[in-house]
Design a protein around this ligand. Structure first.
Ligand SMILES: O=C(O)CCC(=O)C(=O)O
Length: 297
């Protein structure tokens, strides 16, 4: 089982990003034998960042530096007001083009976004071609996003870069899979998010689908794919205080080196993070079907 891997070898992601940047690595299908080896090394390094019980949930703290975070925020807030689309419970910027049921009507990512998506693509090796679509969501401290699954147009790997306030993201089994009988611990207060963070091994060694949560500290990268992508809905509660002590990555997210990124407090018997500032997230995905011309759909 992959879960809770805090003392697993070298957890520094930087070398993963620094190496293997040859153009050959752009598509896993054209790896040379030496590139395959570095690809394997990259995979092994990435495995060190698996959190929880699913092998397809990866949490990388400190993925970007403070100054990179500041630069990204600067670019995001320099976009014209018309770039923001206001929704009921958040606002967002769409970059990379219009996603349609049948694919993407593409638009080049601006260089400041291409730089970060290229790094995720090269560093993770999990996308078959370059990331071509980014949604930037802005949440006020009392805003969230309903549990949902990403649409079929996307390749089933998502990378979410978090900026600003920490939040807890909840994963709930898709209604078609809810087999877990375990009840979540009682809420410690009306305003506290409190999702369970457990998967229960069934008699046959397989895993029931149980809710779990992940603490997203600013500057971290969360990647999820396969089962975590297709069998779960993901969402963020629209409350200012999130309970974090049941998060599958509590230890990794709150390790000493990362202190200062999130203020953790106690409320009754729970540990909570307070969302005192806005959170910005960059949801980076790949749409495989790219259409240059609407009429060729
Ligand atoms: O803000 C986030 O971290 C999640 C965003 C998301 O799920 C989406 O844009 O579909």
């Amino acid at each position: 089982m992959a879960g809770n891997v805090i003392n697993k070898g070298d957890r520094d992601f930087a070398p993963v990003l620094d190496e293997n940047l040859s153009p050959k690595m752009k598509s896993p299908t054209i790896l040379s034998s030496s590139a395959s080896k570095t690809g394997m090394e990259r995979k092994e390094k990435l495995n060190n960042f698996i959190v929880g019980d699913l092998p397809t949930l990866i949490y990388i703290p400190d993925f970007i530096t403070d100054s990179e975070q500041a630069q990204l925020l600067n670019n995001i807030y320099q976009a014209p007001v018309s770039k923001w689309k206001s929704l009921k419970n958040r606002r967002l910027q769409n970059w990379g083009g219009v996603v349609h049921e049948k694919g993407l009507l593409p638009q080049d990512l601006p260089p400041w976004l291409a730089k970060i998506t290229e790094r995720i693509y090269e560093g993770s090796g999990l996308f078959p071609s370059a990331i071509n679509h980014v949604l930037i969501n802005e949440y006020l401290p009392n805003q969230g996003i309903m549990p949902h699954q990403d649409g079929p147009a996307y390749y089933p790997v998502v990378a979410i870069l978090s900026l600003g306030s920490p939040v807890v993201m909840d994963f709930t089994p898709h209604p078609r899979l809810q087999s877990c009988k375990r009840t979540l611990k009682e809420n410690v207060g009306d305003k506290i998010s409190n999702r369970g963070a457990v998967a229960i091994e069934a008699n046959d060694g397989s895993y029931n689908h149980c809710p779990f949560s992940v603490l997203l500290i600013p500057r971290s990268l969360l990647i999820f794919k396969d089962d975590a992508y297709s069998d779960y809905l993901h969402g963020i509660e629209d409350c200012e205080v999130h309970r974090c002590d049941q998060a599958v990555n509590e230890i990794e997210a709150l390790s000493v080196s990362r202190s200062g990124q999130a203020e953790v407090m106690r409320s009754d018997n729970a540990k909570i993070v307070s969302r005192t500032v806005n959170r910005i997230s960059l949801t980076c995905r790949l749409v495989l079907n790219v259409h240059k011309n609407l009429f060729k759909f």
